[in-house]
Design a protein around this ligand. Structure first.
Ligand SMILES: [Zn+2]
Ligand SMILES: [Zn+2]
Length: 331
């Protein structure tokens, strides 16, 4: 996967404009570098047996409840083999960079260096929990290494970005390694009408008012997914009564940057005018560039949804390591 020039230039611009974002941007640069690694483009999501039994269109939640295709995120009940070696190296770099800016005197730096040593199975469990926004599983692991759960959770959310961006690519294409999963995902998403992400189940991070027609597209910051939504309804709860829907605009910038807020669910979503779609890895950077809009919304009593959206229940398993070894030159 290639990383867009747009992402690089956003990082440079943000660093210059907001030096206080430096620690987060340093972590995101690790993520951007990782996106180019072949590990991720090589992933091959597989359908779990239960999902195959349901016709490869929907899924089945743990416990056996059937999930129809039109509400099941693409990752529902997928099994994804991941090579532990590259994952451990990536995680180690994230922890190392996080340790450099850890708050002093609270043991966080030492705990982060400890977190860098999580074994492959623990890492797979952490990533699974992060994808599902399963706070209790993250907290249990954080307790074991004496790291604040919020810190481990934030780091894990960054760590799932390369995997989820790759999954979006694999599920969005009817060709290639994803095979039947890709075909089913592409078909289902064309008719996607849920407020949560059609790939990973998270809430939309931002909305784009795209092109001359200003069509509304919701974007997921984790996997980069892009899906259409009606303009005249709340994108979070579907409320269509215009008297309950308000647009909040900062003093400068006009309609190009605004907050769509809803009196029914008290939620909000930032909406930005764009000429064309952002690259998937740019969405989180755009979110960070528009913190002033969050402040406007929070100040009026609106909030992002506090529940995790729709947890897909993905299963990560260890992929077999390559059999060749650089330690010996003979076959
Ligand atoms: Zn997503
Ligand atoms: Zn609403």
């Amino acid at each position: 996967m290639s990383v867009s020039a747009a992402a690089r230039s956003r990082v440079t611009a943000l660093s210059a404009k907001s030096p206080e974002l430096g620690p987060w941007l340093a972590l995101y640069e690790v993520v951007l570098a990782e996106l180019a690694e072949p590990t991720w483009s090589a992933i091959t999501p597989e359908l779990l047996a239960e999902r195959q039994a349901s016709g490869a269109q929907g899924g089945a939640l743990p416990g056996g409840d059937a999930v129809p295709a039109e509400v099941a995120p693409g990752l529902t009940n997928l099994r994804i083999p991941l090579a532990k070696g590259p994952l451990k190296r990536f995680w180690g770099r994230l922890c190392e960079v996080a340790a450099r800016s850890a708050p002093e005197g609270q043991g966080a730096e030492r705990a982060l260096r400890e977190a860098a040593k999580l074994d492959g199975s623990e890492l797979l469990a952490l990533l699974e929990a992060a994808i599902d926004h399963d706070g209790s599983r993250v907290a249990a692991l954080a307790g074991r290494i004496a790291l604040p759960a919020a810190m481990l959770g934030s780091l894990a959310q960054l760590a799932v970005v390369p995997l989820l961006q790759a999954c979006r690519g694999a599920l969005g294409s009817s060709a290639g390694a994803a095979g039947a999963a890709g075909a089913a995902g592409a078909t289902a998403r064309r008719a996607w009408s849920q407020p949560y992400c059609p790939v990973c189940g998270g809430w939309p991070t931002l909305a784009e008012a795209r092109g001359l027609a200003r069509t509304r597209h919701l974007r997921c910051g984790r996997c980069g997914a892009d899906w259409g939504a009606p303009v005249l309804a709340c994108s979070l709860c579907g409320e269509g009564d215009h008297e309950k829907l308000v647009a909040l605009m900062p003093e400068q910038g006009g309609e190009a940057r605004k907050v769509d807020a809803c009196g029914a669910c008290k939620g909000y979503l930032k909406s930005l005018t764009t000429l064309g779609a952002w690259a998937g890895e740019v969405v989180l950077l755009e979110d960070l560039t528009t913190v002033d809009l969050d402040l406007v919304a929070l100040d009026r009593g609106y909030a992002r949804p506090d529940d995790p959206g729709r947890a897909p229940g993905v299963t990560l398993v260890e992929a077999p390591e390559p059999r060749w070894s650089l330690r010996r030159w003979w076959p």
